[in-house]
Design a protein around this ligand. Sequence first.
Ligand code: 2HG
Ligand code: ZN
Length: 471
Amino acid sequence: MPDASLLNAIRSIVGDKGMLTDPGDTAPYSEDWRRLYHGRTAAVIRPGSTEELAAVVKLCAETGTPVVPQGGNTSMVGGAVPAEDGSELILSTARLNRIRDLDTADMTLTIEAGVTLKAAQMAAAEAGCLLPLSISSEGTAQIGGVLAVNAGGNNTVRYGNARDLVLGLEVVLPDGTTWNGLRRLRKDNTGYCLRQLFVGAEGTLGIITAAVLKLAPQPQEVAVALCGVPSVQAALALFTRFQAHDAASISAFELMSGQGMSFVLRHIPGAVLPLESAAPFYVLVELATPRPEAGLRAMLETILETALGDDTILDAAIAESDAQRAAIWKLREEHSEAQKREGASVKNDVSVPVSKVPAFIEKATAACEKLLPGVRVVPFGHMGDGNIHFNLEQPEGSDAAWFLAQDHAIMDAVNEVVREFDGSFSAEHGVGKLKPYMMPDWRGGAELALMQRIKAAIDPRGIMNPGKVLP
Ligand code: 2HG
Ligand code: ZN
């Protein structure tokens, strides 16, 4: 348990404004967004610089005090919550929030871990560039956490995951040493690629304090449409059609279900379906190009007209303004919030090969309905990259605690189908505290053993985000 002398020593490093100890102040940091985990901590430490953060970690290393790195605390898998026994300190990166450099010739952005993804996107846009990473929680999620979990999101189909955007990193290691790997080179073949070790490690190997990210040219033309489709198979056929026309212009291809959309329309103020009638499934397609006058809008219309003609889609609305574009995106991005307001849910952030998405959804739906009659299946997500949020909402009128107690049975049933299609049990949310028990089954043998050896080598005392990722 962190004692008073350690807390005083930390206070002398970060000052009063860098430390919260009142239980009322630390409570919001100690529980996750989904309110699945309720931890406790003696202090939330908010260093104002990498040097301060490193000095705090050094003290923690010397005293064997475990730390939980935390950014915007938007994890869906409890990745940033402390243990219930109060033994762990929370190390928040929120005050490391400077943009250190933006270079339009190198097309790089060098930023500190506490900058929100939204602020980073805006900084890029002001310079006429695009930071091509977009996730529903981008207003709150911070770059450090986004990289620590290797977030994916809406634009993976075009630009890859967070991992693909990282050129360099600055990391405070578990012994308090700072590794400055903030290089901005496009080619750098010098041994093991250490930065990729920390991306996706979910804070179990060290704390990312700054990063160099790749920028892309800002789109000059963007076209967005919402389509009602009769089935997931039809959504896949539509995707294939866009790919055949101009794969490089697809910047998002998102799937929603009639069930999920009904929750959004019920719970999210201002949400309106811009189609004549409800559909079994929906697709949000976004095309974008940095080339001016590329004729994207015309291409979108042509493809959708053909698709209407042969019943691949039932209906479509093309956004005519920025406001309409935002309104269509809102229908997709508010899915998590709407599901939360509807009641208790069990989430399965899974991926399968894109071609298998329809069969996966069909089989997983049947498996869940058999396991729990009345359960409401809410599949949605990033169809263009094969990442489906195969979420389940509690049966209407059922008890939330009873439903949540079945989470392992539900996740196991879904994962069985995921395995059949050679997918992954965690596509973009990470492993966190929720899924380490799945690791031996999915990543057992040489793979898990290697991960455990890496963990032991870099964090021999096991003080970095204990209980996360590894079983
Ligand atoms: C999204 O795509 C997020 O909106 C959250 O990854 C998904 O709530 C979820 O399961
Ligand atoms: Zn997602």
